[in-house]
Design a protein around this ligand. Structure first.
Ligand SMILES: Cc1ncc(C[n+]2csc(CCOP(=O)(O)OP(=O)(O)O)c2C)c(N)n1
Length: 375
């Protein structure tokens, strides 16, 4: 026969926990109850934080903020499968993943207030700064994973991206490299179904995004991204495969952005209310709570206590954020280069002069407002 089938390919999808909170016992049993409770607590905390952050933005106490409402499982769970020395490369919608790794929420607020002190990660972590340019960090993740391999270390790099970002050249460059060199890297797609106002269907003709992995010699899996147990299993397996030298994995986690793209967006202009309603029924937080209650691990009193403690913690973080002393504008020139190029040295000198002048003429002299803020 002249026509030979070389590979038929398979698309597999992992879901352990049904929206009603019933788990596939054989798969759920491998995750300790303490771990699942930790996921739940952190998801509730980040949801409350997210809600408060939007209010702060509306009150003019924060800059543009990208909500993660609905994506708590993909934010909180994957970092819990990593060691602190593994590399984490989030997108701008990543404050949950930093929080899961122990970053204090006051720094997330500082970041979204446009203050570079907002990138104060815990010392022991290999956390990279938010990637605001979509896709740029995907090749960095491949590079970090390559360095781990060259140094014969067993560190893994986990990079997040959105469904829209799979259309960027960087995604394909990174995967070509990662597949060819069998790198310990995981690309976790938060398929939240929208890239600002562009729907997933317009993003790629392939039925799934995970299957793109095969073309590069990587593994690909579709995961129910609102199912914490499935996300935990999929990421843990991908981490184990990476440490065992089996190369990269692409995980397409199906989830939904329930809020606006950022506080600068209005999703009601391009998205139907019925679509949102359908996804609300698959809410990752409520789903895990149902599971925990059915297992006898959680009740209303536990919930009330958690909410009270979380609100108090968030309030403390907001107060800490708002009592940071004003930043010194000259700091924007620090920590960028080992030896700065001359145009930056010039700009720093000019700004220092301007600040001196401002001090001398305080009430009548104001610096011009900053323009071109993200996005
Ligand atoms: C290189 C680059 N081009 C364009 C933008 C503007 N931009 C910001 S977010 C976004 C859409 C990203 O969608 P997706 O990858 O699905 O991520 P999501 O925000 O939905 O998680 C775009 C085009 C950018 N930040 N960087």
């Amino acid at each position: 026969m002249p026509l030979e089938t070389i590979d038929r390919g398979r698309i597999e999808r992992l879901e352990i926990l049904s929206p009603a909170g019933i788990a596939d016992a054989s798969l759920a049993a491998v995750i300790p109850a303490e771990r699942i409770l930790e996921m739940y607590r952190k998801m509730v905390e980040i949801r409350l934080f997210d809600e408060r952050a939007v209010k702060l933005q509306r009150q003019g106490r924060l800059g543009t903020y990208p909500q993660i409402l609905g994506q708590e499982a993909t934010q909180i769970v994957p970092p819990l499968c990593l060691r602190s020395k593994d590399w984490l490369l989030p997108t701008y919608r990543g404050q949950g993943s930093y929080y899961a790794r122990g970053m204090e929420l006051r720094y997330s607020l500082l970041y979204w207030a446009g203050d570079d002190r907002g990138t104060r990660f815990p010392e022991e972590n290999n956390d990279m700064m938010f990637a605001i340019p979509v896709g740029a960090h995907l090749t960095w993740a491949a590079g970090l994973a390559w360095a781990e391999k060259l140094k014969k270390q067993d560190g893994v790099a986990l990079a997040y991206l959105g469904d829209g970002t799979t259309s960027k050249g960087d995604f394909h460059e990174a995967l070509t490299f990662a597949g060819q060199f069998k790198l310990p890297v995981i690309y976790l797609i938060e398929n939240n179904h929208w890239a600002i106002s562009v729907p997933r269907e317009k993003q790629a003709a392939s039925p799934t995004l995970a299957q793109k992995a095969w073309g590069y010699g990587a593994r690909g899996l579709v995961v129910d991204g609102n199912d914490c147990l499935a996300v935990y299993k999929a990421v843990s397996d991908a981490v184990a495969a990476a440490r065992a030298g089996l190369g990269p994995t692409v995980l397409e986690c199906e989830t939904y952005r329930m809020g606006h793209h950022t506080t600068a967006d209005d999703a009601s202009r391009y998205r139907s209310a019925s679509e949102l309603e359908a996804w609300k029924r698959k809410d990752p937080v409520a789903r895990l709570r149902r599971y925990l209650a059915l297992q006898g691990l959680w009740n209303d009193a536990d919930e009330a206590k958690l909410l009270e403690e979380a609100q108090a913690m968030i309030q403390r973080e907001i107060e800490a954020y708002e009592s940071f002393p004003a930043p010194n504008p000259l700091n924007m020139f620090s920590d960028n280069y080992e030896s700065a190029p001359w145009p930056l040295i010039e700009q720093r000198r000019e700004l220092a002069e301007l600040l001196e002048l401002k001090k001398a003429h305080e009430p009548v002299f104001e610096l011009p407002p900053a323009e071109g803020r993200f996005p």
